[in-house]
Design a protein around this ligand. Structure first.
Ligand code: ADP
Length: 475
């Protein structure tokens, strides 16, 4: 089952406790209140009956109450009975139909239909020695009516209170936890685009918002700052080292060239110099890849996009790669399935770089005499290119990692210039064009790399004009 969010859990928790406490408090209050009301009704009834003695006189040998006896005060009805419990005077409340026997000095609760009554009888000895009984009757229901109204009101208000508590609690918790969401969002964005310059950036303006979560966000921002700085230093280091290595490698290559120009050089030595030259070329290529990627990381790798005949360009690269494959003696044949006349708004140099990487990989990782197929098509919106081979393939667990720098799925086959940087560059190039690249592969059966690039660029003029010089200088 899906776990409830902290927001909901907190809301449920304190709504529950709030209701529990309120419920308990109301129950205690109501039960005390109800007891209090009953006690006070009983007391009033007894008092009224006792006081009524003042209102009964013996006149002309007859017991007669005065007019006050008939008045109903505090919902108490009085009636007078003689010794043989015969009703003499007084008022009986409407609805009180029973005629219970007199029970001197005892307070009774009598149910009559739907109504409940308190009945209190009391005997008095008159001055002529006769005994009379005064009966006081009051309605329990009446007495409790106002109390019941309060209870009903509370029962209606209670769920409303529950809802209000839940609602306010939820809003409050959401507000309190909003910075946590901000932190999570920032982390997710950084994970998605790797942009370490992002910050949580909680509003520091208000003093009251500087709570524990604010402290956490601050720490987090500080950590991001440190990480950004560390990565920056690392990128700068890679860039500096690559730059520093470029000159000595160029010198080695130049010296190799000079040595090889010497016709008198013994054959054995020539072979050794040729080996040095090959290795120096590989190092030079690796340096160029490293420089490319470090410039891309630092955002200093601009595209110089222009309208290019990508069909012609692809055919040209394929021809070149076919020649190289023949020279290397691998016997790999490159087949073309290129739709003619496709143009797209791309950086020509980068497009070539991408294709060379994909095709040279396909040739390199294919068996002798196998075929690599290069295709290109367009739907008017995007061009789709594929480089497919039936070579060694890539294991399923390696496939998601092939785009990572220096990742090599099959280290035993990698060597020379195959340092694991090529596909990182390819991916960067495809994405920098606003496109994408994906790989499908089956170990032992072959691989297919498919790239998609938009036919049109976002702001062609600006890129072409503003970035051309910078790119040329960098490359
Ligand atoms: P490398 O320079 O080592 O070829 P890449 O970045 O171009 O580095 O490729 C990364 C890894 O992906 C390679 O080391 C290889 O294991 C695997 N790979 C790339 N292309 C192919 C392919 N066509 N067939 C099989 N494996 C491939």
């Amino acid at each position: 089952m899906k776990r409830l969010s902290i927001k909901l859990r907190l809301t449920v928790l304190y709504s529950f406790f709030m209701l529990l406490v309120t419920g308990a408090a109301l129950t205690v209050l109501f039960s005390l209140g109800s007891r209090e009301i009953l006690a006070s009704v009983q007391m009033k009834l007894e008092q009224r009956v006792q006081e009524s003695v003042e209102e009964i006189r013996v006149r002309d040998g007859q017991v007669k109450p005065d007019s006050d006896f008939y008045s109903v005060t505090g919902d108490i009805y009085l009636s007078l009975y003689d010794e043989s419990m015969y009703f003499l005077y007084g008022r009986i409340p409407h609805g009180f139909t029973g005629e219970p026997d007199i029970s001197d000095g005892e307070l009774r609760q009598i149910r009559d239909g739907n109504l409940e009554w308190y009945v209190y009888d009391m005997s008095f000895r008159m001055e002529d020695g006769r005994t009379v009984y005064v009966r006081g009757i009051t309605s329990v229901t009446d007495a409790e009516e106002s109390f019941n109204v309060t209870v009903r009101l509370a029962l209606i208000l209670f769920p409303a209170l529950a809802l209000a508590t839940g609602f306010i609690g939820y809003r409050f918790t959401r507000r309190t936890l909003l910075p946590v969401k901000q932190i999570t969002d920032t982390v997710q964005k950084i994970r998605a685009d790797g942009d370490l310059s992002r910050r949580v950036g909680l509003d520091a303006g208000k003093e009251k918002t500087r709570d524990e979560i604010y402290g956490l966000a601050q720490t987090f921002d500080g950590l991001l700052g440190d990480l950004e700085e560390a990565f920056g230093r690392e990128k700068q280091f890679t860039s500096d080292v690559s730059h520093e290595l470029r000159t000595p490698v160029s010198v080695i290559l130049a010296q190799c060239g000079a040595c090889l120009a010497d016709e008198t050089m013994p054959e054995e030595l020539r072979g050794q110099v040729l080996l040095i030259q090959r290795k120096a070329k590989e190092i030079s290529e690796m340096i160029s890849h490293l420089l490319f990627l470090s410039r891309a990381d630092q955002g200093r790798q601009p595209l110089n996009r222009e309208q290019v005949d990508v069909s012609g360009l692809t055919e040209m690269v394929v021809e070149e790669q076919q020649m190289l494959a023949e020279e290397s003696g691998s016997g790999v044949k490159i087949e073309c399935r290129i739709r003619k006349g496709i143009t797209a708004y791309v950086d020509e140099t980068f497009y070539i770089r991408m294709l060379i990487n994909l095709i040279s990989n396909a040739v390199y990782y294919s068996g002798e005499g196998s075929t690599v197929t290069v295709s290109l098509d367009s739907d008017g919106e995007r061009i789709t290119g594929t480089v497919a081979d039936n070579g060694i393939g890539i294991a399923e667990e390696d496939l998601p990692h092939i785009w990572e720098r220096f990742y090599r799925a099959d280290t035993s086959r990698s060597g020379g210039s195959h340092s694991g940087l090529g596909l990182s560059m390819v991916k960067w190039i495809a994405e920098a064009h606003g496109g994408s690249i994906e790989a499908q592969s089956t170990l032992g059966a072959g691989s297919t790399f498919r790239f998609r690039l938009p036919v049109k660029g976002s702001d062609p003029g600006k890129e072409a004009r503003g970035q051309k010089n910078e790119k040329n200088e960098n490359l």
